[in-house]
Design a protein around this ligand. Structure first.
Ligand SMILES: [Zn+2]
Length: 107
């Protein structure tokens, strides 16, 4: 067993677990439901954690994780103007359709 990841954000831990699980990496979650009920357990020991059943999976898990974090960042912000595919109007990044011809933004 090897601890791979821990975070106070249970949702994110669950996402990482699902990511690894779907890639066929044997792993498990610890402390998932302990937050809030931990009482005397020091907070840092009660964080949800993802464990790999075998440390030989670690390089693959880390590669997946890096891809995952890149994806998250890419979806977060795209602070660049985009050009409409229909009328070639330049639009600001916050718009999802072209202000000129209302064509949806190409992904
Ligand atoms: Zn347009």
């Amino acid at each position: 067993m090897k601890r791979f990841y821990k975070d106070f954000n249970q949702f994110k831990v669950r996402q990482i677990y699902t990511l690894l699980d779907e890639a066929g990496i044997p792993c498990t979650i610890k402390n998932e439901f302990i937050a809030g009920a931990s009482g005397e357990i020091p907070h840092h020991e009660a964080l949800p954690e993802v464990w790999l059943l075998d440390s030989e999976w670690e390089p693959k898990a880390k590669a997946l994780m890096a891809e995952f974090e890149q994806d998250v960042e890419a979806k977060d912000v795209q602070p660049i103007d985009w050009t409409c595919g229909s009328c070639e109007q330049t639009n600001e990044p916050q718009f999802r359709i072209c202000w000129n011809c209302e064509s949806p933004r190409a992904v």
